[in-house]
Design a protein around this ligand. Sequence first.
Ligand SMILES: Nc1nc2c([nH]c(=O)n2[C@H]2C[C@H](O)[C@@H](COP(=O)(O)OP(=O)(O)OP(=O)(O)O)O2)c(=O)[nH]1
Length: 154
Amino acid sequence: MTVTTPAERKHTEVAVGVLIRESDGALLITSRPEGKPRAGWWEFPGGKLEAGETVEQALRRELQEELGITITNCMVWKVTEHAYSHALVRLHWCKVTQWQGDFEMREGQQMAWQQLPLQVRPVLEGSLPVLQWLSEERGLPFDASVYAVPELQK
Ligand SMILES: Nc1nc2c([nH]c(=O)n2[C@H]2C[C@H](O)[C@@H](COP(=O)(O)OP(=O)(O)OP(=O)(O)O)O2)c(=O)[nH]1
């Protein structure tokens, strides 16, 4: 029998976009479409890297596929990891301040421009460190407990 320890699980590389609206600094948050793990939960838009793609290329493709926009400015910002029961993910966070096109929710998801702390719930646990950094950058307090998820929803 082969036993796989957590250290041996392969990471899934994910490119994630923190879209920041110029006029008021609001953040774009989207809900996860039906059919994905944690459908209906809120996240920053993005998705998995395909073979041979850079983070920027993957994010550009994902945001075109999911939201119908073309990003024109993207800065790789932080890298985090999170272990879910369905996957061990490595999240490559990019700040995006410029894009072209109108938003179209092409996967039936919802979108919301939000200030911190976010008002939408539940939020993916893997995104909480980024909410903390964004809060710190803005001189706002961060309280992870406001995002705590009831046991039934995990
Ligand atoms: N997009 C996104 N993914 C996140 C965030 N936080 C977080 O932990 N994740 C995790 C959840 C998933 O395990 C993984 C993203 O995978 P996904 O299934 O959404 O990617 P995808 O759109 O390429 O999906 P698919 O090809 O399998 O349909 O990253 C976040 O803020 N945004």
